[in-house]
Design a protein around this ligand. Structure first.
Ligand code: 13P
Length: 400
């Protein structure tokens, strides 16, 4: 496997582990620091020994790689928060609460999100935007440090947005491959341990074209391979939009065609499936479709579609919410997990569906920070329950 950290045993690691031995109960060190201090060998492997707890007999010795450690971090009951809105998107979100999108307003909003008490119980990682990964909390710690010190892995959006695809009316291509290697190296230095690239596929009359799917899949695969080479776990996001009046069958057909092409490109580009996550849309009826498929139908169509096209080697599918209501996004995830055991973890990487209610509770007013954090905590908790298929509408009532 080509994904590995350029990490060998070193003084820092040895002194960190010596320090760990002397910690008091309740003390902690940032998870990313501990991971970096592990003595990876030149192949990116780490020896792991299992011993009988009472006799100390060595039962097994194996080699763990960075992928299996990353996989261990995608813990049961957790998912990621997408807080990587680009300038036009965060402006739109702030407009909805009559708040100006200034640098300081964006900073204080993200601080509210990242310092929500207890959020680490349900959130394993946060996707940041270029501006955000360079910003700091009021106490001076960078946001990467704030997150990592709370056991949450910082990630970074690395694409430069979806632009019109020349010659293909109504279709988009995501830009950002130029200079990507250098940006990845810089982001890793700023604390990011995973990355995200979003491609957009639009359903409409005569679209998507296979050319649009091919071009986006190719860019996703280029990005994913580069990301792995620079030591960041890629989150590959091919989003089939829910805008339009198409039915759920059409969404399934387009999602299938997209996944088929994306995985073929990832394979061609020698991306290690074990060291990536897929961030897909769910299979849904178009927003304007007169017949909306129910929760069970959405769950079954989504799982069936992904079983056909996503290799079992991929550790997890982390769904985007894509414009569904917060509650429906939770219900859908819950229903999929309730269907039984799947080849991959079925988790969430929601933007709007985690933030929507918190943003409304905040209204841009510092006096509402604590209330907004409670609202975010509640949504994260509901989605945490949905990871086990244990969410119920009573959880919403209990919170009001
Ligand atoms: P939504 O959950 O709001 O769709 O955002 C997820 C995301 O990261 C889109 O790129």
């Amino acid at each position: 496997m080509r994904y590995h950290r350029a990490m060998t045993i070193h003084d820092d690691g040895q002194s960190l582990f010596k320090r760990l031995e002397r910690l008091e109960r309740g003390d902690s060190v940032p998870l990313v620091d501990a991971l970096d201090a592990l003595p990876w060998n030149r192949d990116g492997l780490l020896p792991a020994i299992a011993q009988q707890f009472d006799t100390g007999t060595v039962l097994m010795m194996a080699w763990m790689n960075a992928e299996s450690v990353a996989r261990t971090l995608v813990a049961a009951g957790k998912g990621t928060l997408a807080a990587d809105e680009m300038f036009p998107t965060i402006k739109k979100r702030f407009n909805s609460i009559n708040h100006d999108s200034t640098e300081e307003n964006r900073r204080s909003y993200r601080e509210l999100l990242f310092t929500t008490p207890g959020i680490e119980k349900f959130i394993s990682g946060v996707i940041l935007f270029d501006e955000t990964i360079r910003q700091a909390a009021q106490d001076g710690r960078s946001f990467s440090e704030v997150l990592a010190q709370n056991g949450i892995i910082p990630g970074i959006k690395v694409d430069k947005g979806a632009k019109d695809l020349a010659g293909f009316l109504g279709e988009k291509i995501t830009e950002g491959l130029d200079g990507l290697r250098d940006r990845l190296i810089e982001y890793r230095g700023l604390g990011a341990r995973f990355s995200k690239w979003r491609a957009v596929i639009t359903i409409g009359k005569g679209i998507p074209t296979q050319y649009c799917i091919d071009a986006n899949a190719h860019a996703l695969a280029r990005y994913a391979a580069l990301s792995q080479q620079e030591g960041l776990v890629p989150i590959v996001e091919p989003e089939v939009l829910m805008d339009g009046d198409h039915d759920i069958e059409r969404c399934e057909e387009v999602t299938a065609a997209t996944l088929k092409t994306v995985f073929s490109q990832l394979f061609e580009h020698r991306v290690a499936f074990e060291a990536m996550l897929l961030k897909p849309n769910m299979v849904l009826s178009g927003k304007e479709c007169s017949e909306q498929a129910d929760v069970v139908k959405v769950a079954e169509s989504t799982v069936n579609c992904f079983r056909r096209f996503v290799p079992a080697a991929v550790p997890g599918l982390v769904f985007l919410s894509g414009g569904q209501s917060s509650e429906l996004a939770t219900e859908h995830l819950n229903a999929m997990n309730a269907l039984g055991k799947h080849p991959w973890e079925l988790s969430f990487s929601y933007g709007r569906a985690l933030q929507e209610h918190a943003l409304k509770a905040w209204k841009g007013d510092a006096a509402n920070i604590s209330e907004a954090q409670k609202v975010l905590y509640h949504r994260a908790k509901c989605n945490g329950a949905a990871r086990f298929g244990e969410y119920s509408k009573e959880m919403e009532v209990a919170a009001t």
